[in-house]
Every structure is written in structure tokens, then in C-alpha cells.
Write a protein that binds this ligand. Structure first.
Ligand code: GDP
Length: 425
């Protein structure tokens, strides 16, 4: 059976923790999109880890970790990540990398940096990991597939020379930066070949065979619905689809094999980067939630940037769950809200004097004002509780209110960062 764990919101919903938990009963965990630009934080018996490219199942002995063709593969970053977990006592994971995955090249990172510099204050808030230039090249059909590393010297040199011709016009004229050296690029590719060779395989064929054998496969999404390039808050989005449906493409499996879509939804909102964020809060109120949020505060796992904070947004989450094709909602970090006397929740958007509960495209979203409803808090620590009925009444009311507003069943409530901090309903 194939299941997907994806985000309903702007990312950082706690997908890593849910994936790590579900990985216990999975054989294979697959990353199918995105790159090293976002991170998952996982707390387990080995300690606290921030993963960027490795799937969150790498901490178990019984799982195979797969990098699907849809991923933006940064080979040096991946190798460093493997090293860093092994150094801390995690058994060397079994990793397979798709021969159809494309590689983030050093010039993608440069182009990302230079473009952010050029845009200055008007930038998209890129993490400068080269993801946008990488996906642009992939769809412009000038990217490097892992399989091409094995195509021979003359093939690679010819392709490099064409790429240099194109990139150098932009580098020298638009950005006023040094041109690319074809020789260095060739060496970069040889280096990548050496590093990646032990892991390369036909991932789609491997997954097909595994499905025939009845293996449990978990697809792990990065970021969330609202960062999807088609369905999110374009252009303040990421460059690959963050939706469960894309799991079929980015892993190379039939869409009908994805039987369960577990959408992770956080009990309050946080976002990184620019863009409309209707239920955003500011000042002391935001600082306190940020400080208490997640596990040790709401700061980016990759960048350390403070995240923007807001109340739970039923409009965005209902849409975020619908567009994912949600079968189950995992409602996370509920424990964090225990300090509040009252908890505002955004139940509608007022746009041009009209209230809607449908999530609009960006131009209208920019005009939206939150319609808030204030629910009573529960004023206690709910960590350690294992049964839903044992949660304080106001806490259950909060969960049930949200569930009704978003219209998808909350089957898991997460009340702490650890693997065991979970309440099944
Ligand atoms: P991801 O990218 O969706 O995996 O999310 P992040 O890792 O960026 O953010 C989630 C943060 O919240 C991490 O620090 C987790 O350890 C933490 N976390 C996950 N679930 C819970 C929870 O239920 N309660 C608390 N307090 N922290 C949680």
C-alpha cells in the first residue's frame, strides 16, 4: 500500500515527525519533490535532527530511503547529511537514488543568489539553494539527469559547452559576475558521479516490484499546499508541486496506488518567506507564540529564520486539505496552545466587503482580512496524554471546531515533538 504524508499549509506543519512515526510500519520512504531548501525536524532515540534531503525514515534499520526522480538532488548536501547522521550513531541507511533525478549544479545556487541580490527588497525570500533555477532548467530541458553522468566524456563536454554559452550571457551581462568555466563544470560532474554511483537505480521499477510484493511505501512531501506552484500563493511558492498527486509523478508510480493521503495541519499558523498571510499576528503576541512554538521555537530548520506567526486559518486549511485529496488529517503542535486564555481562529476572509470561506487566488488574497472567532483556551499542559477523551473539554472543542470547519477527519492529534506523542481518534 502507498500512503502520502503532505502539508496543508505553508510548510513546517510537523510532517517530519508524522513521517518518522509512520515509517515504523513502512518498508520504503520516498522523497518525491523539492530539494534541500526546506527541512524537517525530527526528535527520536538518537537525538534531534534537521533533515533536508533524506527521507524522514532514515532512522530505522528496516526501511529503504528513496530519492525519487522529482527531487532537486544536491549531491554534496545529501552526502553531508548521510555523514552527519552516521556520525551521531544512526546505522548507515539504505539509500536509493533515481537515475532520472536531476542534479542541482553549483551554478544554480549562484544564479539563485544573484537573482535575490538583483531583486533586493522585492525578492521572493528564496533560501538560495538553487531550487528555482534548477527547476527552470529542468523544464527548459537543459538540466542534468543522474543517468547522464554515465553517458561518457564527449556527451558531457558538449552539453556543458552549450550550457556555458547560455548561462554566461546572463552571468556577465545581467549580474555582472564571472563566467562559468567549462572545465570546472566537467570536474564537478565527475565528482558527483563518484559520490552518487553506489546509490543509483531505476527507482520506478524498484517501487513497481515492491508494490507487487505488497510492501508498504510512504511518500514524504516537502512544504505544503499553499506553496504549490499551481494551487498555492503564486508567485510566493516553491518550484515543484507539493501535492500528494505529484507523488505519483515524482516517484514514478501509478496514481491509483496512493490509497491514503495524510495531510498534516498545524494547530496555529506559521509561514516563511514573503506573501499574503491573512491570519498573521505581530508584536508581542506573535513573539510569544514563536518562542513557545514547535519544539524550541518557530525558526527555519534550514535557515534559522524566525517564522511569521498567525492563528489557525480554517479557510486556508480547508482548501489545503481539499487540494491534497486528504483522507486523514494529522493535527499537530496542539500542546503549544496550552498557555492561552482565549484562542482566536480565522473562519472566513472578508474581501471587498464580502465574506468567503473559499481560498482565493493571490490577487484577491492580498485584499483579504481575517474574520476571527475566539474560542476558550484550556490553560494546561496536554503533553503525555494518550487518549482523546482525556484531553480537557476546551481542547477537544478546539479540535472538533477545526474539524467541522475544514471538513476532513482529524484522525491523529500530535501533542509533543516525540514519536510517541500522538493521540489516535
Ligand atoms: P516539517 O517540515 O513539516 O517536518 O516541520 P518542521 O520540522 O519544520 O517543524 C515542526 C517542528 O515542530 C519540529 O521542531 C518538530 O519537532 C515540532 N513538532 C512536531 N509535532 C509537534 C507537536 O505535536 N508538538 C510540539 N510541541 N512540537 C512538535
Amino acid at each position: 500500500m502507498v500512503r502520502a504524508v503532505v502539508g496543508a499549509n505553508w510548510g513546517d506543519e510537523g510532517k517530519g515527525k508524522i513521517t518518522d512515526m509512520l515509517a515504523q510500519e513502512s518498508d520504503i520512504i520516498v522523497r518525491f519533490q523539492g530539494g534541500a531548501n526546506a527541512g524537517h525536524t525530527i526528535v527520536n532515540d538518537y537525538g534531534k535532527f534537521a533533515l533536508h534531503t533524506l527521507p524522514s525514515g532514515v532512522f530505522y534499520n528496516h526501511t529503504t530511503s528513496v530519492i525519487g526522480n522529482g527531487v532537486a538532488l544536491n549531491i554534496p548536501v545529501l552526502m553531508k547529511e548521510i555523514e552527519s547522521i552516521v556520525e551521531r550513531g544512526v546505522p548507515k541507511p539504505e539509500i536509493l537514488i533515481s537515475d532520472r533525478a536531476q542534479m542541482v549544479m553549483s551554478y544554480h545556487i549562484l544564479l539563485d543568489q544573484y537573482e535575490e541580490e538583483r531583486l533586493a527588497g522585492k525578492s521572493f525570500g528564496s533560501t538560495k539553494s538553487g531550487i528555482a533555477p534548477f527547476y527552470s532548467d529542468k523544464y527548459a530541458k537543459v538540466g542534468f539527469q543522474v543517468s547522464e553522468l554515465f553517458a561518457g566524456e564527449s556527451y558531457l563536454r558538449e552539453k556543458i559547452s552549450n550550457i556555458c554559452l547560455q548561462k554566461n550571457v546572463i552571468l556577465e551581462n545581467l549580474y555582472k559576475k564571472p563566467a562559468l568555466d567549462p572545465e570546472k563544470l566537467y570536474e564537478e560532474l565527475l565528482h558527483y558521479k563518484e559520490l552518487v554511483e553506489p546509490y543509483v537505480c531505476d527507482v520506478s521499477a524498484y517501487l513497481w516490484k515492491s508494490m507487487q510484493e505488497g510492501k508498504n511505501i510512504l511518500l514524504e512531501g516537502q512544504l505544503g499546499s499553499l506553496k504549490d506552484p499551481d494551487h498555492g500563493i503564486y508567485p510566493m511558492v516553491t518550484s515543484s508541486s507539493t501535492l500528494a498527486a505529484y507523488g505519483a509523478i515524482g516517484a514514478g508510480i501509478p496514481p491509483y496506488e496512493i490509497k491514503q493521503v495524510i495531510t498534516v495541519c498545524k494547530a496555529y499558523s506559521s509561514a516563511v518567506g514573503a506573501g499574503a498571510f491573512v491570519s498573521e499576528i505581530f508584536g508581542e503576541e506573535a513573539d510569544e507564540l514563536r518562542r513557545r512554538g514547535g519544539d524550541g521555537g518557530e525558526y527555519g530548520a534550514t535557515t534559522g529564520r524566525p517564522r511569521r506567526m498567525g492563528w489557525f486559518d480554517c479557510v486556508a486549511s480547508k482548501y489545503g486539505c481539499r487540494i491534497q485529496g486528504t483522507t486523514d488529517v494529522a493535527f499537530t503542535v496542539l500542546d503549544v496552545l496550552g498557555y492561552l486564555d482565549e484562542i482566536p481562529v480565522c473562519i472566513g476572509y472578508e474581501i471587498d466587503g464580502k465574506v468567503t470561506t473559499e481560498f482565493p487566488p493571490t490577487v484577491l488574497l492580498e485584499k483579504a482580512k481575517p474574520v476571527l472567532k475566539v474560542l476558550p483556551g484550556w490553560k494546561c499542559d496536554i503533553r503525555g496524554i494518550k487518549n482523546y477523551e482525556e484531553l480537557p473539554e476546551n481542547c477537544r472543542n478546539y479540535v472538533e471546531f477545526v474539524e467541522k470547519q475544514i471538513g476532513f477527519p482529524i484522525t491523529m492529534v500530535s501533542n509533543g515533538p516525540g514519536r510517541k506523542d500522538i493521540i489516535y481518534r
